[in-house]
Design a protein around this ligand. Structure first.
Ligand code: ATR
Length: 283
């Protein structure tokens, strides 16, 4: 019988997850259907209940429901617990379980781009993480676990950065990493700068002092687009090597796929297909 999966969000029409999971399924020969489902702003719980009654066996959760999904889960992975956000769910004998694959997705994409050891891809690196919302909270733990020497966390609203850092202080200590909140992003300091703010989404450019992005740094925007995002353009203009987040999208989907099916799809051809389709303007 064809297994039913979906991604829930609002808005959801332009989600690329159905395409990615269809490509994974074609690759592994899995018999599944994966749909994009719009849930009303206060209706995730009811939408999930209806989906399960229909035979749904697993789902991804995207903006704005990742915190709500975390709340609904009876069992959560360590990553989800630290992020307080869930992007992958399923059902088992104890009810709804949730995980967060965003951070794994980012770290795997960075390992590929930086061509570093996949087990400790960020070893010895000094990172500047911009933002403290849902996107940042999903990746901070995995960035620490990936071996970063030091992470400076900056957010427009300082209190949110402080809350996020406090929640991760034990993990930082466990990995021997220095985690600090900064009032202003430090110039000529970071080896890598990760943009987890929603600024690019609104077409806005972050106001960063000269030297925050610099020629010896790499820069990664968790957003993606057919053309350079404002942050990628800003980083390139400062001489940094810069990438958008399409690879992270594919990698987090692959990790969800592995959680559901126990099989790891080959992400490289899927990313190449997505990139080509994005450039050609296909949604
Ligand atoms: P997401 O799930 O995409 O992270 P979110 O939880 O609403 O969405 O968080 C958005 C993040 O982008 C926040 O860190 C926000 O900063 P504030 O906490 O100060 O609101 C940040 N952000 C959005 N627009 C921004 C802008 N123009 N400049 C700087 N930061 C911005």
């Amino acid at each position: 019988m064809t297994a039913l999966y979906a991604v829930f969000g609002n808005p959801i029409a332009h989600s690329r997850s159905p395409r990615i999971h269809a490509l994974f399924a074609a690759q592994t020969g899995a018999d599944l259907r994966y749909e994009a489902r719009l849930a009303p702003p206060d209706g995730l719980e009811a939408a999930l209940a209806a989906f399960r009654a229909e035979g749904g066996v697993g789902a991804n959760i995207t903006v704005p429901f990742k915190f709500e999904a975390w709340r609904l889960c009876a069992r959560r992975s360590a990553a989800a617990q630290l992020a307080q956000a869930v992007n992958t769910i399923g059902w088992d004998e104890s009810g709804l379980w949730g995980d967060n694959t965003d951070g794994v997705g980012l770290v795997r994409d960075l390992a590929r781009l930086l061509q570093t050891d996949p087990h400790r891809p960020l070893q010895h690196q000094r990172l500047l993480l911009l933002g403290a919302g849902g996107a940042a909270s999903g990746v901070l733990g995995p960035l620490l676990a990936a071996g970063a020497r030091s992470i400076a966390l900056w957010n427009r609203s300082l209190d949110k950065a402080q809350t996020l850092a406090a929640r991760h202080s034990a993990l930082a200590a466990q990995h021997g990493a220095d985690l600090q909140v900064v009032h202003t992003p430090p110039p000529h300091w970071a080896d890598g700068v990760v943009n987890a703010t929603a600024a690019s989404l609104g077409g806005e450019t972050l106001e960063l002092a000269d030297g925050v992005l610099h020629p010896n740094a790499w820069a990664y925007d968790m957003m993606y687009a057919a053309a350079d995002t404002p942050f990628v353009a800003q980083a390139k203009a400062a001489g940094a090597q810069a990438w958008d987040g399409l690879g992270m999208l594919v990698e987090q989907a692959a990790q969800s796929y592995t959680l559901w099916h126990g099989e790891s799809p080959d992400t490289a051809p899927v990313l190449a297909t997505l990139r080509a389709e994005l450039a050609a303007g296909k949604s």
